[in-house]
Design a binder for this molecule. Structure first.
Ligand code: HAM
Length: 420
């Protein structure tokens, strides 16, 4: 009787070998660019205490109220698989007193996150983010640097048709006043609001600004603008940021309704969207969180960061930028007596950093050549009894078809002299 196969969980994905090179290319660009900007990598555990997220991201947010994978472990602790990284990084920053070691800490990460959302294209239950968090400066220089870093990564991997949406949601006092103003404005429209928005009216009225319901969008057209509630310092901060962005030629679209769905934000908020994606078009979201470290028990420390969804980036990227095989040489063996010579040759080539593969299922010459082409090898190295006897091999350039005889004991030297 055949056994039923076990499938992966809905909303999770396997990254199969034909896709992993695109992930590696993206990861390598992230590491290079982050280090160019002076950011250092931080890695945090896959799960944390549930309280970390309820206190920082906020009880009333979608993430905390309905999307977290949480459980009580055998020791009675309430634990949660990370739904985002800013809270974990802030926790680590406080726990290891990074702020005491240096005034400014610029950190970046690449990690897997978990949210129980309704899966669709670009929205998964396990997904990956890269992001940065810069602690220690309240000044808009860092806001500009963080935005420039995100765009630099997107430009390096050839992402275009992007739009930077920018807003400031001001200091806590500004947000409190604005929240009251939005409530006041929406009161006469309450009965026309969706059930979700009616709930948000009390708990988190700013989230209503995020609505996708057409009727609510039209109600909100005349809603008060947050800029009228900025303090003088909020205004100066935002204007300075705009000056810096203009100065480094970064285009932005002022988006007064961009409030973002997490509670820790203060002042600058931003999103980068791609017109190449459908409904889930935000490839990156971020902002300032000047009160976060303090709210988690640390010393008052300003901070700003962003995170970008890697699955979405890859969806928006040109597919053919991934066509790049690692394999430079495929050794084609003719007859079985050559196997030990092939194993040795492959090891010698790998030792001088030439990627090399050979056939391990003893296929015919024709099938081996087909495989060499299929995996994108640059050269096929043909070796049979006759070649062994004459201590030479045939080296075939698979793109030009040119073939030459090379002495076996000169092959390493010869390959080294070729440019790849
Ligand atoms: P977020 O807006 O929740 O912000 O997520 C950032 C990005 O992660 C989104 O723009 C999207 O590209 C990706 N993303 C989110 N949820 C999913 C999902 N279910 N499937 C696929 N991709 C997804 C944060 O997480 C903040 N921690 C960002 C931040 C860092 N703010 C300051 N520092």
């Amino acid at each position: 009787m055949s056994k039923e196969i076990i499938r992966s969980i809905k909303g999770t994905q396997d990254i199969l070998p034909d896709k992993s090179n695109r992930w590696q290319a993206l990861e390598s660009t992230i590491h290079k660019t982050a280090s160019k900007y002076g950011y250092k990598e931080i890695r945090t555990p896959a799960f944390e205490r549930t309280e970390l997220f309820s206190r920082s991201v906020g009880e009333e947010t979608d993430i905390v109220s309905k999307e977290m994978y949480s459980w009580i472990d055998q020791g009675g602790e309430k634990l949660t698989l990370k739904p985002e990284l800013t809270a974990s990084v802030a926790r680590a920053y406080i726990q290891h007193n990074l702020g005491g070691l240096r005034p400014v800490n610029k950190l970046y990460y690449i990690d897997a996150l978990f949210r129980r959302e309704r899966p669709q294209k670009g929205r998964y239950r396990q997904f990956h983010q890269f992001g940065v968090e810069a602690f220690g400066s309240e000044h808009p220089e860092v806001d500009a640097e963080v935005i420039a870093l995100a765009l630099s990564i997107f430009n390096s991997i050839g992402l275009d048709e992007l739009q930077l949406k920018l807003n400031s949601i001001g200091s806590p006092q500004c947000r409190k006043d604005y929240r009251d103003a939005i409530r006041e404005f929406l009161k006469p429209h309450f009965s026309n609001l969706s059930e979700t928005s009616q709930k948000r009216f009390n708990n988190n009225p700013l989230r209503i600004l995020d609505t996708k319901v057409p009727q609510e969008i039209s109600i909100l057209e005349d809603a008060p603008n947050i800029s009228n509630y900025w303090t003088d310092d909020d205004k100066v901060h935002f204007e300075e940021l705009l000056t810096y962005l203009d100065y480094i030629n970064i285009d932005y679209k002022l988006t007064p309704r961009l409030v973002r769905g997490l509670d820790y934000y203060t002042r600058t908020t931003f999103e980068i969207t791609s017109s190449k994606l459908g409904a889930q078009d935000a490839i990156c979201g971020g902002g300032r969180y000047d009160g976060l470290v303090e709210s988690l028990g640390g010393k008052p420390t300003p901070g700003i960061g962003f995170a970008a969804g890697m699955e979405r980036i890859l969806l928006a990227m040109n597919k053919d930028s991934s066509k790049n095989s690692q394999v430079q040489i495929y050794i084609v063996g003719i007859g079985q007596s050559v196997q030990s010579a092939i194993i040795k040759l492959a090891e010698d080539l790998r030792r001088i950093n030439i990627a090399t593969e050979f056939d391990v299922i003893r296929r015919s010459l024709k099938a081996q050549l087909r495989e060499a082409n299929k995996i994108g090898a640059k050269y096929a190295l043909l070796i049979g009894d006759q070649e062994l006897k004459s201590k030479s091999v045939e080296l075939k350039n698979l793109s030009s078809g040119d073939q030459e005889k090379v002495e076996l004991n000169k092959i390493i030297e010869h390959m080294n002299s070729l440019s790849y």
